[in-house]
Ligand binder design. Structure first.
Ligand SMILES: Cc1ncc(C[n+]2csc(CCOP(=O)(O)OP(=O)(O)O)c2C)c(N)n1
Length: 552
């Protein structure tokens, strides 16, 4: 074996290989050319993007779908700043991500210097660990620490800066990347299970809330068994959609909408909440425990955040699937009210049916959700970008498997879905991938169409066209009774898509959407579908929800 010292660029690449990295998403800069060059022939595919923000969203979505940190890379200063949004999104969405950036040479960091800003300070609040590589020999430890930190529960983002002179410097001897070691979950403590069982056993109406942590833990099967054995209803967070199949008789739908939605009514009468892999960052628990009087059993790998509306009665920290099995074994009976309240399921189904039958043009959002569901198979992936469309998708889209309906609910950023779809397709090549975005969100990162076309990553973008920041109009109308500063105009989206070498489609009647979606999804190409939507349904929905009264 070669025992000669090696430069940091090559050592860094070997360390990434040891971590199993498949892709680096990024834009090179003058200060990291050695690293980018060293990736050649490494087996790691460098995906050149058109904005570092796109790279950060790609890394995030890769991390979300694989559980292994997605890697994004940028130059110093402006490039690194552009990585911030996806990095923060990953942290708040509990997704493993490693952001790499160049930095000016150590010899000039003590002074005012071209393109130099203090990036470690800048990334610290949006990462679990932010550090600068100070000397070549530290690289194996720092890379291992970065991936271990990012990938262990609670996963999140990590940032490493590599100064230009360090990147070109040599180690003192040939170093070996550190072996990958995974932090495994402990079995839940028997004493905690017994305490949790006591709370659940004495409950009158328990309800389960499953968050994204349950998806990360692969606890879907255990969750279904738990629901069936105890006969309890299960709601998911927006972020956890699909971790409990929405076509199961005990499914209560997703909770997190800005108003008291159907699913919320399922929580009103509950006295005990069994929260599985839920983090309060996913949505404010005031929505399900407004008086703070419900007993909470918290099953997760780590303790819950302190929150007035989420005061844990019993916390069980450890392997989530094992905790569910043990808890089901320890609760001696089934609950009579178990299945999801029929009325809630019926209301959700009615809304989708209304959509399915609507021939209105522009399309009502319910029709869009119904057609997207009809076009995608159970395991295909839809990314719903932040906006009014996300609200409709989160509430109504029936998801049947974890991580098949992806949205950002930690930071709720706009603009992630197109770059995210590129990574989703790379991470899950067998699945068809749809990015559903408002026209505002699409234009925030539409340059990544070029990346998708050049890198030959087939995907479909469904743009909901309303020529405004519709969600904000909705909120302004709800709370102020008027809206201002939310309208804009769009380019010709079909011509725009075609100018990138993508295929463009314009929906002209309600009946056109489903066949166009099916055609685009089956096509081995990048497609953009411009679909006009009628968001007068938004206020109709919130008015209607305001008039709903429980108990259900
Ligand atoms: C990066 C970012 N900027 C602003 C916001 C605030 N915001 C949330 S939704 C929204 C409007 C989304 O508009 P569009 O993408 O057109 O979707 P629509 O609501 O019209 O369906 C805005 C401005 C945000 N969440 N993220």
């Amino acid at each position: 074996m070669d025992s000669a010292p090696e430069d940091v660029a090559h050592l860094l690449v070997r360390c990434l290989q040891a971590e199993g990295v498949e892709y680096v998403f990024g834009i090179p800069g003058e200060e990291n050319i050695r690293f980018v060059d060293a990736l050649n022939g490494s087996g790691i595919r460098y995906v050149l993007v058109r904005h570092e923000q796109g790279a950060s969203f790609m890394a995030e979505m890769y991390g979300r779908l694989t559980g292994r940190a997605g890697v994004c890379s940028a130059t110093l200063g402006p490039g690194a700043i552009n990585l911030l949004l996806g990095t923060a999104d990953a942290l708040t969405n509990s997704v493993p991500l490693v952001a790499l950036a160049a930095q000016g040479s150590l010899i000039r960091l003590h002074k005012e210097s071209h393109q130099v800003i203090d990036m470690v300070s800048m990334f610290s609040p949006v990462t679990q660990w932010a550090a600068q590589v100070q000397c070549p020999d530290a690289v194996p430890e720092m890379v291992r620490k970065a991936f271990r930190t990012a990938q262990s529960e609670r996963p999140g983002a990590v940032f490493l800066a590599v100064p230009e002179d360090v990147e070109g410097a040599f180690t003192t001897a040939r170093l070996t990347p550190l072996a990958v070691r995974t932090v495994h979950a402990d079995a839940p403590s028997a004493a905690q299970i017994a305490r949790a069982a006591e709370v659940v056993t004495t409950a009158r109406r328990p309800v389960v809330l499953a968050g994204h942590g349950a998806a990360r833990a692969g606890a879907s099967v255990a969750l279904v068994r738990f629901a069936e054995r105890l006969n309890v209803p299960v709601a998911t967070t927006f972020h956890g959609k699909g971790v409990f199949p929405d076509d199961h008789a005990n499914a209560l739908g997703a909770v997190g909408f800005m108003r008291h939605d159907y699913t919320n009514f399922g929580f009103d009468a509950a006295d005990v909440l069994v929260c599985v892999g839920y983090e309060v960052q996913e949505f404010d628990p005031v929505k399900i425990n407004p008086d703070g009087d419900k007993h909470i059993v918290h099953l997760h790998r780590f303790p819950a955040e302190v929150d007035r509306h989420y005061q844990v009665t019993v916390g069980v920290e450890g392997d989530i699937a094992q905790a569910l099995e043990a808890l089901a074994d320890a609760v001696p009976h089934r609950f009579p009210h178990g299945g999801a309240p029929e009325r809630i399921r019926a209301l959700l189904a009615e809304e989708l049916e209304y959509g399915r039958r609507s021939e209105a043009f522009p399309l009502v959002p319910q029709r869009v959700v119904a057609d997207v569901r009809a076009a995608l198979d159970r395991h295909d992936i839809v990314l719903a970008d932040t906006g009014a469309g996300k609200m409709w998708m989160a509430r109504l889209y029936p998801a049947y498997a974890p991580d098949t309906c992806l949205l950002s609910n930690g930071l709720s950023t706009m603009g992630f879905a197109l770059p995210g779809a590129i990574a989703a397709r790379l991470a899950r090549p067998g699945r068809r991938v749809l990015a559903m975005m408002g026209d505002g969100s699409f234009l925030m990162n539409s340059q990544e169409l070029e990346t998708a076309v050049r890198e030959r990553v087939p995907l479909t973008v469904l743009v909901l066209v309303d020529e405004e920041y519709g969600l904000i109009t909705w909120k302004m109308e709800l709370e102020l009774g008027r809206h201002r500063h939310t309208r804009f105009t769009n380019p010709d989206l079909v011509a725009y898509a075609e100018s990138f070498g993508a295929r463009g489609y314009r929906v002209r009647t309600a009946g056109e959407l489903l066949p166009v979606l099916r055609h685009a999804l089956d096509d081995d190409a990048v497609s953009v579908i411009a679909c006009p939507v009628d968001y007068s349904e938004n206020l109709r929905l919130t008015d209607q929800l305001g008039e709903l009264h429980g108990p259900f």
